[in-house]
Design a protein around this ligand. Structure first.
Ligand SMILES: [Zn+2]
Length: 143
C-alpha cells in the first residue's frame, strides 16, 4: 500500500497543527466512536453478541483512534522534518541541498495506514537525488 502525492512546502506549513487542536480532534473522534459503538440511547440495540463481534469492534476502534493518534503525533513532531541534509549517500559530498517539494508516503502500521512526509534532497557534485535520513518517526529502531 503505497501512494505518493507531491506538493509544495507551503502546503505542508499550512497543514501544521498545535497541541490544543490535535487534542480536540482526538477527543471528538473518541466520543464519535464511542457513540457509534455504544449508543447512549438504550432503545438502540448494541451491535454483535459474541466475543468475536466485540473484538471486531475493538479492532475498528484501534484502526480509527490509534491511527488518528499516530497522524496527530507525527504532525506535532518537530523531529519529523530534517533541517540539515548531511552528506550525499552516493558520493559523500557535502554539496547537497533539500528540495523545496516533498511527498507523502502511506506507511502501513499495525494500527492502520499512516501518511508520512518524505523529504527529498539532491547533490550538486554528482547530480543524484536521495531522501535525507534523520530522526523521522518511522525510522525509530524498535529492536
Ligand atoms: Zn553526490
Amino acid at each position: 500500500m503505497l501512494w505518493v502525492t507531491f506538493f509544495r512546502k507551503e502546503a505542508v506549513m499550512a497543514a501544521t497543527t498545535d497541541r490544543r487542536a490535535a487534542r480536540e480532534r482526538l477527543v471528538a473522534l473518541a466520543l464519535q466512536e464511542v457513540d457509534r459503538l455504544i449508543p447512549l440511547d438504550e432503545k438502540v440495540a448494541l451491535r454483535g453478541q459474541y466475543m468475536a463481534d466485540f473484538e471486531d469492534q475493538a479492532d475498528e476502534l484501534d484502526r480509527t483512534l490509534v491511527s488518528a493518534f499516530l497522524r496527530e503525533r507525527i504532525a506535532l513532531s518537530g523531529a519529523s522534518e530534517v533541517q540539515v541534509v548531511g552528506r550525499c549517500p552516493h558520493c559523500h559530498s557535502d554539496r547537497v541541498y533539500l528540495e523545496r517539494w516533498s511527498s507523502m508516503v502511506d506507511v502501513l502500521t499495525p494500527h492502520g495506514s499512516v501518511p508520512l512526509k518524505k523529504q527529498h534532497a539532491s547533490c550538486r557534485a554528482c547530480g543524484l537525488a536521495f531522501s535525507p535520513s534523520g530522526a523521522r518517526p518511522a525510522d525509530a529502531d524498535r529492536g
